[in-house]
Design a protein around this ligand. Structure first.
Ligand code: SF4
Length: 409
């Protein structure tokens, strides 16, 4: 996050009940031997030029590397057998195809998997930070929930990540790296015969730790790589970026990335949304909805998802449902109701199931798709930010044991 972003985020959270302490964000320092993951084709060509690869060869080398990295999932240059041995050792001397290290892995009874990933800055492991990435398998798809920042400034009062201070923005490589790790761990590089057409990770949602639109450039560059159809090839219609409402970057998301949009709405009145999503003080509901109306490419076939966490006695009345339907009029929308997944220390409770059903029925009868998201991975605390906090409480020995498990199973 650059200085402008830092002050914007701080400004956005000022005046709320839990204001952010003004801390300088850390700057990412690349390791001495950088990873090629997350670089565009032009950037890879430039790096190749810097190590003496002739201009006439660069385009072909970039194509080969792209294929080995993003189609075959190669984890080192030795595997790239269509590249000459000499070239491979030259690449090896200067670069890696390293992904984030898996610090812990948990598998839920329902198949949800959660990874805690370690992200070093420079070669100093003391300076490593951790983010989470969650894989949610369903019959017709496998969704990977990806993080964009270490921590978050926005202090949404129902969100566990909001209790963790923002440390730094992830790089494009660290964002793409989360998908690479998931495919590695799920053995998801080889084509196979499955109902999802061969791959386990079929969908990506930017809904993990952090506010993606406060790390716009890195998120954009990463998602363009994820969507590239000569590589990972996950279609833009299967990639969803979720924002708490950074209005100025919403239109840019449509123009420059072209992915599906989700809005963390959670309340229909500014007074309540100011409390649940403090960024609302800067970009109130009316401005946010106007940006949604103007979102490039939205249509009945490409609806905007409005996320609505169900909090008992807070935002779950039928009056709330009525107002919700009224204010979304004219926006191609679907409403995703999320039963609240409580975390230690939260002041909220999940709405009663009856109430969730009544709310959902009202919204459905008004013509909106209103699926209730089935709680997943509750036994492994799959709501974002929870594995990180749990792991922070472990001793060094316990952390080593978790890491060893992650390496061997
Ligand atoms: S909901 Fe998203 S934006 Fe809000 S605190 Fe949590 S991670 Fe940050």
């Amino acid at each position: 996050m650059n200085e402008t972003m830092t002050s914007t985020a701080i400004e956005a959270s000022s005046g709320v009940s839990a204001p952010l302490e003004k801390v300088a964000l850390e700057t990412y320092v690349p390791p001495a031997k950088p990873s090629l993951i997350g670089l565009s084709r032009a950037e890879i060509a430039e790096r190749l030029g810097a190590i003496g690869v002739a201009p006439t060869q660069r385009k072909m080398r970039v194509q080969q590397l792209w294929h080995w990295i993003y189609v075959r999932g190669a984890r080192n240059f030795d595997e790239m057998t269509s590249i000459s041995k000499e070239m491979r050792s030259q690449l090896e001397a200067h670069f890696t195809v390293a992904r984030p290290e898996v610090a812990a892995e948990q598998v839920s009874n329902d198949g949800t998997r959660k990874w805690l990933l370690r992200l070093p800055s420079g070669d100093n492991l003391e300076k490593a930070h951790e983010v989470e990435c969650v894989y949610i398998p369903e019959t017709d798809r496998g969704t990977l929930c990806v993080s964009s920042q270490v921590g978050c400034t926005l202090n949404c009062s129902f969100c566990h990540t909001g209790t963790q201070r923002l440390v730094r923005n992830l790089t494009a490589g660290e964002i793409v790296g989360q998908i690479m790790v998931a495919r590695d761990r799920l053995n998801d590089w080889a084509d196979r015969d499955t109902p999802t057409g061969g791959r386990l990770v079929t969908n990506v949602v930017m809904m993990g730790m952090g506010e993606p639109l406060y790390n716009f450039e890195a998120v954009r560059d990463a998602l363009l790589i994820v969507a590239d159809n000569e590589g990972i090839g996950i279609s833009r219609r299967r990639i969803t970026l979720s924002t708490s409402g950074v209005v100025p970057n919403i239109i840019r998301t449509g123009d420059e990335i072209g992915v599906m949009l989700a809005i963390s709405l959670h309340a229909v009145r500014d007074e309540l949304r100011n409390e649940l999503v403090p960024l609302n003080r800067k970009y109130p509901i009316a401005e946010l909805l106007q940006a949604c109306r103007d979102y490039p490419g939205s249509s009945n076939a490409r609806r905007i998802t409005f996320e609505y966490v169900m909090l008992k006695g807070v935002n779950d009345s039928l009056d709330d449902a009525k107002l919700l339907v009224k204010m979304l009029k004219g926006i191609p929308a679907k409403i995703n109701l999320i039963p609240f997944n409580p975390w230690p220390g939260t002041r909220y409770e999940c709405s009663d199931w009856d109430q969730i059903e009544k709310f959902s029925e009202y919204v459905f009868n008004a013509g909106y798709s209103s699926p209730v998201r089935t709680p997943r991975g509750r036994d492994i605390l799959a709501a974002c930010g929870q594995l990180k906090s749990e792991t922070e409480k472990l001793s060094v020995r316990e952390r080593q044991a978790l890491r060893a498990m992650a390496m061997t199973d």
